[in-house]
Design a protein around this ligand. Structure first.
Ligand code: PMP
Length: 384
């Protein structure tokens, strides 16, 4: 069901689905149907300084330009809500509430899309997440529950708390509508959103001329979905995981196990990722990571110090102010570029803006200031 819109000059827009989601929106002159119309079809940005310094063409999928919650999670929030509606699990405007456990991005996207669709959002997040994310959630009309940081085996961990709250809502006769646990880690509508949109967009934007795709994994939805879309269509494409320090996924990709039996890892370290980077790095294999795991060729481990230095370097050299996971992705992209032929094209994801990370990652990273960073890309890549 497609409709055509006209502006005051009688100029017709291209066809826009009446559902409001335009999978082919490409120019600023088209009219997006509500915030949902601003989700997807993000540009690729050539990182000119990083490309010059590595000799490869490094492109970032500018996912912070998704217009609901300003991250790739907009695609996921929309997909999870669409799937739940199709399955008859939720209905708008009867008091149904979407519950989610998230370190922020998914909650922010859900809060915006829920409001647009007539749902309420209740977000459980660890209390050590950057405060600007919970502030933003409150401004977006979500209920926010900050729970103490805990491992996934703990009942009070943020994902488990959200699951429990959804059940309590549905069981409570005094609450309107139902509670629905979105479950981004295990809900496969997550990777399907990337398989259906992010991946095909990259294919079209690069004409399939692509040597490597690099992404971190939180739920694993991005890396799995994009790998599933691109691998069958781009022979020889390398898919590489960018993993922050303290995460077990690097070992999983490299050696098949999260932790070797000889590794003296305490229980707490096994379940919590010891990194300042929010959103990526986990110590368990989720349904969304499993979906594309067999397509991941390699992994690069990135330390917090490297990510912070890269973030500052990008401001100085590119004028680009990125969040923590994007900095990890770009360190990994530069590392992968070192092993590739000159001119090879590499795509990674610029997940969100540094403004989401002012009180934590960027506070630690420090100001760039007028003096410049005083180190080179080589310095970043050679440090631990
Ligand atoms: N970056 C940020 C800022 C995130 O919040 C997330 C998701 N939690 C990711 C990257 C990773 O994406 P995915 O969940 O698709 O693996």
């Amino acid at each position: 069901d497609y409709v055509r819109l006209e502006d005051h000059t009688g100029r017709k827009s291209s066809l826009i689905p009446s559902s409001g989601v335009d999978p082919r929106r490409t120019t600023q002159h088209e009219i997006a149907m509500g915030v949902e119309g601003l989700i997807g079809n993000t540009p690729l940005i050539k990182l000119k300084a990083l490309s010059e310094a590595t000799g490869c063409e490094i492109l970032g999928k500018a996912e912070f330009l998704n217009g609901a919650g300003n991250s790739p999670k907009d695609r996921v929030a929309l997909s999870m809500i669409n799937h739940a509606e199709e399955e008859g699990l939720i209905k708008p405007d009867r008091g149904d509430t979407i519950y989610e456990g998230t370190v922020g991005s998914t909650g922010i996207s859900l809060a915006a899309v829920c409001r647009a669709r007539g749902y309420k959002a209740h977000i459980c997040m660890p209390s050590d997440v950057a405060v600007e994310k919970s502030d933003l959630l409150l401004k977006l009309g979500a209920t926010v529950e900050r729970v103490k940081p805990a491992s996934i085996v703990d009942q009070d961990q943020f994902v488990n708390a959200a699951r429990r709250r959804a059940r309590e809502h549905t069981d409570d006769p005094n609450k309107p509508g139902r509670g629905f646990f979105a479950d981004q880690f295990e809900n496969t509508a997550n990777y399907i959103a990337h398989q259906n949109t992010t991946g095909p967009e990259i294919l079209e934007q690069t004409d399939g001329d692509l040597a490597a795709f690099i992404a971190g994994a939180g739920t694993g939805g991005t890396i799995s979905g994009v790998a599933l879309a691109l691998k069958p269509r781009i022979p020889g494409l390398k898919v590489v995981l960018a993993d922050p320090q303290g995460s077990g996924l690097y070992n999983k990709v490299k050696f098949g196990v999260m932790f070797s039996p000889t590794e003296a890892e305490g229980t707490r370290r096994r379940h919590q990722v010891d990194s300042i980077v929010e959103g990526i790095g986990v110590n368990r294999v989720t349904a969304n990571f499993s979906a594309g795991f067999h397509l991941i060729d390699d992994a690069v481990k990135v330390s917090d110090a490297q990510a912070m230095r890269m973030a500052r370097w990008l401001v100085e050299k590119e004028g680009l102010f990125v969040g923590a996971s994007s900095a990890v992705n770009l360190v990994a992209a530069a590392q992968v570029a070192k092993g590739m032929e000159r001119g090879a094209r590499i795509v990674t994801v610029i997940c969100d803006s540094g403004t989401r990370h002012l009180s934590k990652f960027w506070k630690e990273a420090g100001d760039v200031g007028g003096e410049g960073v005083g180190y080179s890309l080589e310095d970043i890549l050679s440090m631990k």
